[in-house]
Design a protein around this ligand. Structure first.
Ligand code: DQQ
Length: 575
């Protein structure tokens, strides 16, 4: 029997990528032969119901988010022809509430020499007078990365459907004089304005293995001059993609108020986020920014794995924030790649989703950021289930009934007191490794306790999101894990377990967990948003109405559930 070349290609790719030989991570693997392949399969158990995704094909980074005339605009990296990365344009959707989205025609696509080989990531800046301006990376005929400007054709169109590219493009380019590496020069940030009348913007780059955020300045947004020094750089971190730089309020007691990107002053700290291409993670630094000298002095670094900070300790990349004037909040949008094999992505006809937009602010300790799903998401909650206080003994599992377990929002809080039963940790261990060694099935002292989501009746499949409390240096150390090791019987998937420590004191605070469950995504917020872990999972049995939800405790000490509220989630109207 003759085998079709497409099936043969898929078989080869699933052999290479489906068995864990090569990691399936956020990087854009370039599969030239697959860039126009995508199926229209109607069997779609993994399509999400309330996370952002277009009807088909590949998506990655959120681009240029903004609010204009009362509408949110989301642009995103999109392959109109297939389910793997390639043929990249800026697709465009609008929303009134960050929950329901309407698709529009592509906003920016290759059309001039400075972007003829691709329109890559970038950001929007609202100029004085309310005019939005987009800076984005174009790939020129020599495959050099350059920065371009696009402005709306018609400012009175709230949908901002048409964009006009500047005839002066490219505005920033690698040259023999500036010695910028032409394949490592991309992803302009939202610009900010100094009192000196100069706009500033960052472009991600690297020299050898030193990652950096190159600073450019301009008076008129068209003529940009490179500053003498990058705003920041760090040896050994590799390429910095999708930088983001913004102020946060240094406030005690904590308030969730966000600040406009150009704000600075006494009570203000700055966040520099970079997407580390080598690690595929979004890391951030908190520091002080002296705008007169353009010097950013961070409190922490990238070097120390014990103190390095990430937005999300699961699968999460290329994020970007937007400041919302009317609501005085800063909102974070991020991309979540698939954990399935390339051949499975082509079969389902799509790849990539965005996380639920999250409000983001500085924790009252000043040491880290806090994230929480935007309140608008709660409009999708129906059929609430609330539990009275319940004790969960060691080894017990309690089923949460009355919610659509594959499409739900769950909030649970635990009270623990038998701290003497916490396992002792003699030396610091990377939390992700600790979670992999001590998954949900490994009995402990104080924990593991938490939620089993996408669980099949016989527990052949489940994803566990849980806490485990250790005794370390005479303190209680809270570990939060998302254990995907048994999430699917299909072993072609990346089933890496994720984990982080949560900076909190369980002696005086309740351990809280919120988990957004949506068919193939588990987005979890521990310690009231101090630790976030996003995972992609593809159960084969626990799909749709066959998925079950449980609260569990696999430690010897009993724990008390002081709150459990769960909601079925309605389907959002997305594209
Ligand atoms: N994705 C874009 C680049 C960016 C990368 C290309 C990050 O501009 O550096 O699709 O995911």
């Amino acid at each position: 029997m003759a085998v079709s070349p497409i099936l043969l290609l898929l078989a080869i790719f699933s052999l290479i990528y489906g068995n864990g030989i090569l990691p399936i991570e956020a990087t854009h693997h370039v599969y030239r032969n697959l860039q126009t392949l995508s199926s229209d399969s109607s069997d779609q158990p993994y399509r999400t119901a309330y996370h952002f995704q277009p009807p088909k094909n590949w998506i990655n980074d959120p681009n240029g988010p903004m609010r204009y005339k009362g509408l949110y605009h989301l642009f995103y990296q999109y392959n109109p022809k297939g389910a793997v990365w390639g043929n990249i344009v800026w697709a465009h959707s609008v929303s009134k509430d960050l929950v329901n989205w309407t698709p529009l025609d592509h906003a920016i696509y290759p059309s001039q020499p400075s972007d003829i080989n691709g329109c890559w990531s970038g950001s929007a800046t609202i100029l004085p007078g309310g005019k939005p301006a987009i800076l984005y990376t174009g790939i020129d005929p020599n495959n050099h990365q350059v920065q371009n400007l696009a402005l709306p054709k018609n400012m009175s169109d709230p949908l901002l459907r048409e964009w006009v590219k500047s005839p002066k493009n490219p505005l920033m380019a690698p040259t023999s004089a500036n010695m910028i590496n032409s394949s490592s020069f991309r992803d302009p940030t939202t610009a900010w304005l100094g009192k000196d009348g100069y706009w500033r913007v960052l472009i991600g780059s690297k020299i050898h293995t030193r990652g950096m955020a190159i600073l450019y300045k301009s008076k008129n947004f068209v003529n940009w001059v490179q500053a003498k020094q990058p705003l920041h750089s760090a040896e050994g971190t590799g390429m910095w993609e999708c930088p983001d730089f913004y102020p946060v309020l240094n406030n005690k007691p904590s308030s969730t108020i966000g600040l406009d990107t150009s704000v600075n002053g006494d009570n203000v700290r700055h966040v520099l986020k970079v997407s580390l291409d080598d690690k595929k993670h979004d890391h951030y630094l908190i520091g002080t920014y002296d705008i007169a000298k353009d010097i950013f002095t961070p409190d922490n670094g990238f070097e120390d794995s014990q103190t390095v900070l990430r937005y999300d300790y699961g699968k999460y990349y290329a994020s970007k924030t937007i400041f919302e004037d009317g609501k005085n909040r800063r909102v974070l949008l991020g991309w979540v790649n698939e954990s399935s094999s390339v051949s499975d992505d082509i079969k389902k006809g799509w790849a990539g989703i965005h996380t639920i937009p999250r409000a983001i602010w500085l924790h009252k300790s000043g040491k880290q950021l806090v994230q929480w799903p935007v309140v608008e998401l709660e409009s999708l909650r129906v059929n609430p289930v609330h539990w009275p206080t319940k004790v969960v003994k060691g080894g017990e599992m309690l089923q949460v009934t009355g919610v659509t377990a594959a499409q739900a929002d769950v909030e649970i809080s635990f009270d623990v007191n038998e701290f003497g039963k916490g396992e002792v940790l003699d030396q610091w261990v990377d939390p992700q490794i600790l979670c992999s060694r001590k998954g949900a099935a490994v009995k402990g002292g104080l924990g593991p306790f938490g939620l089993l989501v996408f669980a099949s009746r016989g527990l052949q499949e489940y994803t566990a999101v849980f806490f485990r409390i250790f005794r370390y240096q005479n303190k209680n150390l809270v570990l939060m894990c998302s254990d995907q090791s048994r999430s699917s019987l299909n072993k072609d998937n990346d089933m890496t377990t994720y984990g982080t420590f949560v900076d909190m004191d369980p002696l005086h605070e309740k351990l809280s967990l919120r988990t957004l469950i949506d068919h193939s995504v588990v987005e979890s917020f521990g310690g009231e948003g101090r630790a976030c872990i996003t995972a992609r999972v593809y159960p084969t049995i626990a799909i749709n109405e066959k998925a079950q939800l449980y609260a569990f405790n696999n430690g010897t000490a009993a724990v008390k559930i002081t709150r459990l509220s769960a909601w079925s989630m309605e389907k959002a109207k997305i594209n």
